[in-house]
Design a protein around this ligand. Structure first.
Ligand code: UDP
Length: 384
């Protein structure tokens, strides 16, 4: 029998934030996660040979313009002043991303002013005839014109998504700003930084409450252990942050996800690439990018004897792979609607987070959604 007043499935940012808020409101919460660590895909670990903090599931950069979320996150960790910048290699030349005036002038070998560059891109985007862009290609061309789209977006996206760009939503490309200044910050948000003590310390602080009982290595779908779906659903409120299709035994079909194979390597040099993230825009390189973790924390006194890099290879996720990015084609969206209808009919089961909602959520949006759930639907349920 479950002793908790609420079961949270998944110890990622959504689950831990919900657990924390409920615990502070007096609710006893059990959090289960089938993995052996907190933080979901935002988890980090210290690479033992070098002492360098590695983001276990690829780079996670915290950035937000939501004051509530920024204040909330700062309750559990301090943030460094890290500002994310990305570069990309195209035909053997390195350019700054996101597309900015520096990228445009370097690419065209020009010295355009902001207005001249805007006029150039507008003339290139005119091929769309002024129609509202409906998919990834059209949105890309409308933002940067065809030459830059083909150089920096077309092939990278083919590697990243392996889905025809006509089928990808325009929102994927809208994640990246385009700037007609030399500002090369990757994000536009007011607040940005990395947890000063590391991601793991942040998640431990979030989970550290006498009314939160975290059980790692526990699979909610394993009926041989007590906190399982059959025992909990309908008996106790459940906040489920795993894949929504998995919860319903894939009854409506399997939602499309991308997974990433991460190849970590320790290289015996002080600095491998001079920056934290280098994208590879062209098809002749099989990976999408290389992360070099030491550059996320220039304030730390890391060894100069070696550095940790990680190459990212993107591919279609099978059922046993870690889902990372929802593909969200039209057929996925129809399937999702069917799952959402089933979810709405479940008794006191709440679906949240990237996997539970099948949405490409940033960390700050995830925290905001968790706070909203607690203040909204869950508040009524646990009102005393
Ligand atoms: N993208 C691209 N070229 C790049 C970087 C990004 O075409 O060099 C596209 C790609 O489709 C990617 C999307 O823009 O999926 C969003 O990029 P972001 O960096 O936000 O992706 P994430 O870091 O979440 O993988």
């Amino acid at each position: 029998m479950v002793q908790a007043e609420c079961v949270v499935v998944g110890a990622g940012l959504f689950g831990l934030t919900v657990a924390r808020e409920l615990a502070e409101a007096g609710v006893r919460v059990v959090v289960v996660d089938k993995r052996d660590h907190l933080g979901g895909n935002a988890a980090s670990a210290v690479e033992p040979a070098t002492g360098i903090e590695v983001h276990r599931y690829g780079a996670h950069l915290f950035h937000t313009s939501d004051e509530r979320v920024w204040a909330y996150a700062n309750r559990f960790t301090a943030f460094t002043g890290y500002v994310h910048r990305v570069f990309t290699v195209h035909r053997g030349v390195v350019y700054p991303l996101p597309v900015n005036l520096g990228t445009i002038n370097q690419f065209f070998g020009a010295a355009y002013s902001p207005d001249e560059a805007k006029a150039l891109i507008a003339s290139q985007a005119a091929e769309l005839g002024g129609a509202e862009p409906v998919n990834f290609i059209e949105k890309g061309i409308s933002l940067v014109g065809r030459p830059l789209y083909e150089a920096f977006f077309r092939d990278y996206t083919a590697k990243q998504w392996q889905t025809p760009a006509e089928e990808l939503p325009a929102s994927v490309v809208s994640r990246l700003p385009v700037r007609f200044t030399y500002d090369s910050r990757y994000f536009n948000d007011t607040h940005e930084g990395l947890p000063a003590g590391g991601y793991d310390a942040w998640f431990r602080a979030l989970a550290d409450h006498p009314r939160i009982d975290v059980r790692l290595g526990v699979d909610f779908f394993d009926a041989s252990q007590p906190i399982n779906k059959a025992a909990c659903a309908g008996a106790v409120p459940v906040v489920y942050t795993g894949p929504i299709d998995r919860y319903f035994d894939y009854a409506e079909g399997v939602l499309g996800w991308r997974t990433i194979d991460l190849a970590q390597e320790i290289v015996p040099v002080a600095d491998f690439q001079g920056t934290s993230v280098m994208n590879y825009a062209d098809l002749d390189v099989p990976f999408t990018r290389i992360l070099e973790f030491r550059h996320f924390h220039p304030e730390r006194d890391y060894t100069k004897d070696a550095t940790v890099i990680m190459r990212e290879y993107s591919r279609v996720a099978g059922r046993d792979d870690e889902p990372y990015y929802p593909v969200a084609t039209a057929s996925d969206k129809a399937m999702l609607a069917a799952y959402q209808a089933r979810a709405a009919a479940e008794d006191r089961v709440f679906f949240g987070g990237r996997l539970g909602q099948y949405r490409y959520l940033d960390m700050d949006v995830t925290i905001a959604a968790a706070l909203d759930l607690v203040e909204g639907e869950l508040a009524g349920l646990f009102a005393r």
